[in-house]
Design a protein. Sequence first.
Lengths: 157, 152
Amino acid sequence: MAANLRLPYLATAALSGLLFGAGLYVSQMVDPLKVLRFLDFTAIPSGGWDPSLAFVIVPAIAVMFIAVRIGRRRQAPQFDPQFHEPEFHHIDAPLLVGAALFGVGWGMSGICPGPAIALIAFWPDNLLIFLVALFAGSYAGALVIPSGRDKRLALAR
Amino acid sequence: MDSFSPLPALIGGALIGLASAVLWLGNGRIAGISGIFGQLLPPARTVVWRLVFLAALVLGALGASWLIPGLGVGGAGGSPAQLASPPPGWNVPAPLWIAISGLLIGFGTKIGNGCTSGHGVCGIARLSKRSFVAVGVFFSVAILTVTLTGIV
């Protein structure tokens, strides 16, 4: 049986998902309006700016930074033969254009992909439209970037 | 500043970091949400763990809202979740605004290989040059978008 179908592997994925979802609720990053209040830098002079998002991402990076250091001293993760470290290193046009388009979409709604999925728990109006569009956009993206991992690697390595 | 909540933000952020750490040290996978769902579509190869992770993500948010009610949005003690309305004066129907936002996010994160979690948390923690650039671009553009549309 493939490593990624064994129970400990799937239990790890489940534990990670549970912690991630709990973190999004506790930090209130599930609230798109709160995220927008962070992105609204014009509110800084009036004191209406909400810096919460920065207080979320910094400890998240710090904890993950330690985990990456621990991982560097290991040959492999616990339940998989290898670390699936991204092999892209080159700053290419798809990275820049993709990040910019994501930025426009994120600024329009205050929803990034994690909260989009977590919001299924609280099901606001129009969420289904958002999720269908998210998947359609992702699928369209897969059609325009060079098909096949090898070609993508040749560009971005 | 009345909505600023440093303590829940710090605790929630640490939980998100822990989630990423568990997936990395356990399964060697990047907890990047756009990547996890983006590769559910054809030609998908590893579907099961992705579905398990995403279902658990929803349950995690739901469960936390039961355990710690009233933190804000969500759960029995919280206010109902709402998506943003289009900026006043733009005269765009809300479903259309939301659909365009979703399309841009899906498309952008696919060709840019990541979002706030994959680039923002995991990529920065790995000191990936691509992630530093991506984070700089999408935060700047998002801030600019909010400023120019006047959505808040």
